[in-house]
Design a protein around this ligand. Structure first.
Ligand code: NCD
Length: 316
């Protein structure tokens, strides 16, 4: 089996063959999830703890469902904002949890790098469910599976990632994954919403939507992450929608069969036209949610296999 990781902290650490292994297994789980008996036993007997220090709807629900479908005992800990006062608090919490012998720890945290730090302190498999602006690996993987399903391949595609890239861990993980799989990635955003050091990302940058969408296969929209903005990044939401919001007119510049994606939660009428988001001929937003459960099942299954292997070796 070509998946050698102990944790899933970021796309940064994955090789292309590991990405393909994970997506192939996720495709099998997607089929299982459409059947009447949605149960596997890959995580039988294992304990999964979900620690979310930041709000989440889709990601937390799908990690929970994924664990339950594979037979894990799943516990959700909703961490209050007050418990994040210090970096020390996170480590202390982690060490206490570690004493309860979890096997899989799913963590979302507002600080970039917090999940990596935590992984060094515990002896179970850690999955990053989003850390600050850094990475959100399962989101990029579910996006990749959705693209592969819709386009029949995951290489030599032209993909535009549009909007608030500066604050987006989804964009970062997607840029890394799509680049590793040899696609052409374009970023479309106003200069204020592009991260520093963008010239090192191996992408093309556009400030105009119509030019940026010209002949692309995939249009990936991002939410304006107002909670991460501490000043005037955009003139007004109205003006932003006019220039960067995806509507039928701008989408007409992409290929005729281009798909529209969004990780959610969506601000309808800010970064995307609501009717377009619901158009089942163009939008694959619901497929993204569906693939999310399958990808998380695959990720936890693969990490659990490696965890059991390591424990067996340690005991021998
Ligand atoms: C994203 C996130 O939390 O980074 N949402 C998600 O996981 N589906 C994107 C966002 O918050 O805009």
């Amino acid at each position: 089996m070509s998946f050698r990781q102990s944790h899933l902290l970021g796309i940064e650490h994955l090789a292309p063959d590991e990405i393909v292994t994970l997506l192939d297994l996720a495709a099998e789980y997607a089929a299982l999830n459409r059947s009447d008996r949605k149960h596997g036993d890959a995580l039988d007997g294992l304990t999964q703890i979900n620690m979310f220090f930041e709000n989440s709807t889709r990601t937390q629900a799908s990690f929970e469902l994924a664990g339950k479908r594979l037979g894990a005992d799943v516990m959700n800990m909703s961490m209050q904002a007050s418990s994040i006062k210090k970096g020390e608090t996170l480590i202390d919490t982690a060490l206490s949890l570690n004493a309860m012998h979890p096997d899989l720890l799913v963590v979302r945290h507002p600080q970039s790098g917090a999940v990596d730090l935590l992984a060094q302190k515990v002896n179970c498999a850690v999955l990053n469910a989003g850390d600050g602006r850094h990475e959100h690996p399962t989101q990029a993987l579910l996006d990749a599976l959705t693209i592969r399903n819709a386009k029949g391949r995951l290489h030599r595609l032209s993909i535009a990632i549009c909007g608030d890239i500066a604050h987006s861990r989804v964009a970062r993980s997607n840029i890394l994954l799509l680049g590793k799989m040899e696609n052409r990635v374009r970023l479309v955003a106003p200069p204020t919403l592009l991260p520093a050091g963008i010239e090192n990302f191996g992408v093309e940058v556009f400030h105009d939507m119509k030019a940026g969408l010209e002949d692309v296969d995939v249009v990936m929209m991002l939410r304006l992450q107002k909670e991460r903005m501490d000043g005037g990044f955009i003139p007004s939401e109205r003006e932003y929608y006019h220039r960067y919001g995806l509507d039928a007119e701008k989408l007409a510049h992409a290929k005729d069969d281009a798909i529209v994606m969004h990780p959610g939660p969506m601000n309808r009428g800010v970064e995307i036209d609501g009717t377009l988001a619901d158009d089942i001929n163009r939008s694959v937003i619901q497929d993204q949610v569906e693939m999310g459960v399958a990808v998380r099942m695959a990720a936890m299954d693969l990490l659990a296999r490696n965890l059991r292997e390591r424990r067996k070796e340690a005991a021998a």
